[in-house]
Write a protein that binds this ligand. Sequence first.
Ligand code: ADP
Ligand code: MG
Length: 672
Amino acid sequence: MELNTSIKYLKGVGEKRAAMLAKLGIFTLWDLLTFYPRTYEDWSKITSIKDAPMNETVCIKAIVGMPCREHRIRKGMTLYKTEVTDGEMLLDITFFNNPYSAKKLEQGKEYLFFGKITGKGYFRSMNSPDFVETDGMGGIRPIYPQTAGMNSRAIEKLIKTAFEYTAKPADPIPESIRNGYCLMGLYDALRNIHFPESEDMLSEARRRLIFEELFLLELGLLRMKTKARQSTALSMEKDYTGEFFALLPFELTGAQKRAIAEAAADMLQGVPMNRLVQGDVGSGKTAVCAALIYNCIRNGYQSALMAPTEVLAMQHYKTLAKFFESTDITIGLLTGSTPAAEKKKIKAALKDGKIDLVIGTHALIQKNVEFSNLALAVTDEQHRFGVNQRNSLHSKGKNPHTLVMSATPIPRTLALIIYGDLDLSILDEMPKGRQKTETYLVTPDLRERAYAYIKKHLCQGRQGYIVCSLVEEGETSELTAANELFKELSDGFFKGFRLGLLHGKMKAAEKKAVMDSFASGETQLLVATTVIEVGIDVPNAVIMVIENAERFGLSQLHQLRGRIGRGSEKSTCILISEADETERLNVLASTTDGFKIADEDLKLRGPGDFFGSRQHGLPEMKIANMMTDGEVIKETREAAEKLLKNNPALAGEDFEMLRKAVNRLFSGGSMN
Ligand code: ADP
Ligand code: MG
């Protein structure tokens, strides 16, 4: 049978099972063969009953000593018991309500039993073991993700059958590359990933399959990068960033200067810049993009800066307006709630080239926004946007330069994958004079003390935040939670202080008024939801209390905490949470290193959660794990670079399958 044959034609499947398999994403024979085990059971190491450790899964080889006996112990509960021996010791085997398994065991025959042993002295028993005849299967056995109605063993059997009836798949990785990287052929790898001949063969098979996945991904990404490198007519004549430095109220850090120099050099080339600036919260990404925007405008072109939230867009507008105060640069602000008349005016001015810089939200990528000569598209907090949205802003110009910025700290190898089509600048240095934010974890009964601590700071002329979490998902509850807390605090503990309230459901004008009041120091304490998570920058705010901290991910808490510690004053963050969450949250108390926190977050929540494909827009991986397969990532990147250097189009018969596979990988996904 062909590999793309519908699964329902496989012996033992049919319509009903095909429907169950569909739930697992299996539609064709090929899907079945690439439905990889979740884990394995090692039936190859046989233990004697006497030496088997208690309560650990072991494999025993034993002969059935007597026919199975039925014990009805109460209504609805029947035990099926037998006794087996390995020649040295006896072992009771018990099945609960499972005559089917029990009756398969034949007296006098030898089996492998797989399960946990319990008991004391000479009384040892194993409950509901899995078993096979010794001359049947053994070795390392696959365990598959299951669905209702299809268990792992049933899937195992189908895969066995599939191997019998399908043609050997051709290998997309040409032999020359396989030899160069000591890779197993595809067919052997598939056989061994399901039915490993040995542990070594299994790990070789895994490596080969992971290699293939990442190799295809790297090839695709590198080709995108090459495409983006097509020439642009928008290269800069001169680097004006030095002029901009004089406009700043502070001295840039070495890291900021380096990032600016790297990007400015890109912009002098005849190909578009395509760069990611990654820096932890507070590392000063805004000044970096401002320098490049300045450079672009001085060269006679327009720039656009897109932010994920209205609040952040407004703040950027203010910050950049201040930086450019003494210049003649014109700036427009365009968000979803910009009044229609105003919008029209800004759009017209953009089209005529009367506005040099537009700052805004998703509103910028709407169809009817046109530029006269957009040469630099900046996306802030890029992880909040899909790859497609980043590209939409880019498509507003004729091959403009692209700068994306992100605070989501991810290990470098991963950044290469996720942002594989981008060059990378890292801000690994904080502005001078920053003090580490102290973080404490307290239980809810200490809330009053935390509030008292805030009060003390407010009295000293400082400002603070109280962040409340969503009680439940949904719009009204966010509003209610924030509203109620605000009321409670204004009328209660913080009576007489100037409090503000900020949440996502407010109108833009209200948000702006609240933020302006907080930024000017008028509002002392801001009660807010996670709308303040990204970007907000008020250096006089030095204290933050986060309610129900357990409801947030670690990286998110780190982002929230990044709102304080932005000046030279020491800042304090207090996490309020029930005691049983302390271990996870203590990570946050123990470090301010965003990379470490992200690592912990990944360990605790898993990469799936962290790198939902929605976030980075990359195709799903079946077997490769971007967190743990760093070595292979490096190898495949090198292999892909080498191959594309010699053969950029992947031309020739040898590479036909590979070329098609790369195209397929990127055709279905959200990437374009
Ligand atoms: P982020 O990287 O989180 O976007 P911002 O660009 O908002 O950080 O900068 C954080 C704060 O640090 C701002 O108040 C900014 O004015 C200030 N800042 C940025 N660079 C420097 C610097 N080199 N020296 C002193 N303060 C700086
Ligand atoms: Mg920022």
